[in-house]
Design a protein around this ligand. Sequence first.
Ligand SMILES: [Cu+2]
Length: 100
Amino acid sequence: MKIFLLLPLLATLLITFSVNAKTIEVEVHGMTCALCVDTLNRKFNKMDGVSKVDISMKMKKVRLETDSTVPSIEMIKQAILDAGFTPTKVTVVTNEKDKK
Ligand SMILES: [Cu+2]
């Protein structure tokens, strides 16, 4: 019986989550070794609203999954600058769940 009450609630939560979820890709200049990747990884893992951090040294790209409108593109750029790197191009990838 309880499961019938929980399902609509879960569905509502999922919809809310997917509407706000965003994937942001940033091309970063200056990443040359595993330590650079580690520095950025730690920085973004600490950031509010970031649910997943994926950094490719080979592609020179930082891929972030965010739960909400926070952090803003400006905040992400600033964090990269603070870590000593240069953000070159920011792409907001629309979440797959939004395309319906
Ligand atoms: Cu390095």
